[in-house]
Design a protein around this ligand. Structure first.
Ligand code: SAH
Ligand code: SF4
Ligand code: F3S
Length: 560
């Protein structure tokens, strides 16, 4: 299969970014190459998100644009992967005949063979009859439907996705030529929460916990390859729990486990240790067994069931970051109940103050930073409900918060049972009001850091510096992004040269260059570095004194 070029574009969350990276690794091992231009590609893949309607619309318009390229290039194979593929099912193929292959997020291990078959079939069709080949069907799909939800235990065949994570073939050199420094590692798949607005339990399937030994080995392997920052991924990471007594093996490989009803409380699980690996145990083990990982993060935390044992491990382990992404969604108990979130506003507040009590230590240079997600305009949301969300935002003081307008998603309980009765104009108004409040809070939180000294993990030249060096905005984003974002939009050899840190340095005027990095609380810091030493900075931990803060950015001086 050598020579075939793939364009892979990723939408949605970090799970999708990781999935794209794994899929890219698999395709690369089959001899496929990557391009950043969809019109040059033999295979065009969109890894899609379904969480809000807007996310799906982007993909519909991309597919519309592809019609012309495919008419010029009948052998092109088009695939839709990820959550939208799973949610829309084969309806999407019927509506968009340009799509050849569909693959849900829980079936991605099957993707390489689906693609390979489609490419071969299409090529032989073109060889036979170039005129009508693009119309001839090579359609194939791998979607889970609701199969994995129905069975009580995890059948061996269902764990085939674990092989995808295990196959990870990463290179320590990322496509922009800088040292790869950050990586995502999955600890759980799927979600069992069924918040009434959310498609994720349907698109990603049941909650499944990966064996701790696989996670630890993966982190160690990445560490050996030079990765210094790991972000553990799961929809509700703090629910992680692996029971060794009931672990099963197939062909010598330990199988993942279905999530059970969460039994953890605020204290340590009595079965923790040898028989059960809890989230606290997993964090501790990773911290101890991969000492070259300088930064260990995790997203997303569920506000309920977050034990003190986890907070204690974070407090006692210097390389676990003081950063929590813990969405509240709303500040109204009535809305929380309708959303089926399973906690009250006072339980959320209690969690935030407990987390701050354990982890907020500005005196040792380690303040706790919290970020969140809010949905405005959920059905029946009154001005009073909204005012309670404003209060929550003001008292929680997130360093940053994503604010979303409610988007009804077919298949969810809210879509079926609760009419979307808040007019878009009201949603927009509430969204803008919260954005303004949060921007002010983020700015204040940034200014509170002035005078502090922080260790920051240097990422690369700042956006401003890359733009000043004459590189395009899109490329600037990639060059500054470190490792993980780079699978977005594919990769190509010509970009490798153009976007290397060295190239940015060469094209920059002046004695110093502006770099950016992050604090362990995940705040962005800009600082100037002497040009002659700058190329060695990415991936290093450096001490910086904060001199200014504005919006989401801090500015500082290098101290050593
Ligand atoms: N598992 C995570 C969230 C995953 S989805 C958690 O529970 O915290 C990411 C965010 O998208 C959610 O936190 C929510 O704020 C938002 N979201 C999900 N479904 C949505 C919908 N139908 N409309 C608007 N926002 C939505
Ligand atoms: Fe969706 Fe709720 Fe699961 Fe988060 S916890 S992924 S919002 S169902
Ligand atoms: Fe989107 Fe699926 Fe992630 S719906 S947010 S890509 S889990």
């Amino acid at each position: 299969m050598s020579g075939r070029r793939v364009y892979l574009e990723t939408f949605g969350c970090q799970m999708n970014e990781l999935d794209s990276e794994l899929v890219a690794g698999q395709l690369a091992s089959l001899g496929y190459q990557f391009t950043s231009r969809s019109d040059e590609a033999d295979v065009v893949l969109y890894n899609t998100c379904s969480v809000r309607e807007q996310a799906e619309q982007k993909v519909w318009s991309r597919l519309g644009e592809l019609r012309a390229s495919k008419a010029d290039k009948p052998e092109m194979v088009v695939g839709v992967l990820g959550c939208m593929a799973e949610r829309d099912g084969t309806d999407l193929m019927n509506r968009m005949p340009v799509v050849d292959v569909m693959c849900g997020p829980a079936e991605l291990d099957k993707l390489p063979s689906l693609i390979d078959n489609a490419v071969r079939t299409r090529e032989s069709l073109v060889a036979g009859d170039p005129e009508s080949a693009s119309l001839k069907s090579v359609k194939a799909s791998a979607l889970q439907g609701s199969a994995s939800r129905r069975s009580g235990t995890l059948a061996a065949a269902e764990d085939s996705l674990e092989y995808l994570d295990l196959s990870r073939s990463v290179s320590p050199i990322d496509p922009v030529g800088s040292i790869r420094q950050s990586a995502y590692v999955r600890i759980t798949r799927g979600c069992n929460k069924f918040c009434t607005y959310c498609v994720v339990p349907f698109t990603r399937g049941a909650e499944i916990h990966r064996p701790p030994s696989h996670i630890i080995e993966e982190v160690q392997r990445l560490a050996d390859q030079g990765v210094t920052e790991i972000t553990l991924l799961g929809q509700t990471v703090n629910h992680y729990r692996f029971e060794h007594d009931s672990a099963t093996q197939v062909d010598g490989i330990i199988q993942s486990q279905k999530g059970r009803a969460f039994k953890g409380g605020h204290t340590r699980d009595p079965l923790a240790g040898e028989r059960v690996t809890t989230f606290a145990d997993l964090l501790y083990e990773l911290h101890e067994k991969a000492p070259s990982i300088q930064r260990l993060r995790f997203v997303t935390s569920y506000p309920r069931d977050f034990g003190d044992d986890v907070l204690e491990v974070i407090r006692d382990c210097p390389r676990i970051c003081r950063y929590l992404h813990v969405p509240a969604q709303t500040g109204s108990d009535r809305m929380l109940k309708m959303m089926n979130r399973g906690y009250t506003v006072s339980q959320y507040d209690e969690f935030v103050s407990r987390a701050r009590e354990h982890l907020h230590q500005p005196e040792i240079g380690r303040p706790l930073m919290i970020s969140g997600d809010i949905i405005v305009g959920f059905p029946t949301e009154t001005n009073k409900d909204f005012a309670q969300t404003v209060d929550l935002l003001e008292r929680t003081r997130y360093k940053s918060c994503f604010i979303f307008k409610y988007s009804p998603r077919p298949g969810t309980v809210a879509y079926d049972k609760i009419p979307d009765d808040i007019p878009d104009a009201v949603k927009r108004e509430r969204n803008n009001e919260l954005l303004a409040i949060q921007n002010k809070i983020s700015d204040e939180v940034s200014k509170e850091q002035i005078g502090a000294q922080y260790d920051i993990l240097v990422e690369g030249p700042s956006q401003r510096q890359i733009k000043a060096a004459g590189l395009s905005q899109r490329n600037a984003k990639k060059a500054a992004g470190g490792g993980v974002q780079l699978t977005i939009g594919g990769r190509s050899a010509d970009e490798t040269e153009e976007l290397s840190v060295t190239a940015v340095l060469e094209q920059s005027e002046g004695e110093t260059v502006q770099f950016s990095g992050r604090t362990d609380g995940d705040q962005i810091v800009m600082f100037d570095a002497p040009k002659e030493t700058a190329s060695a900075l990415p991936g290093q931990i450096r001490r910086v004194k904060i001199t200014d803060g504005s919006g989401l950015s801090l500015f500082g001086d290098l101290l050593d």
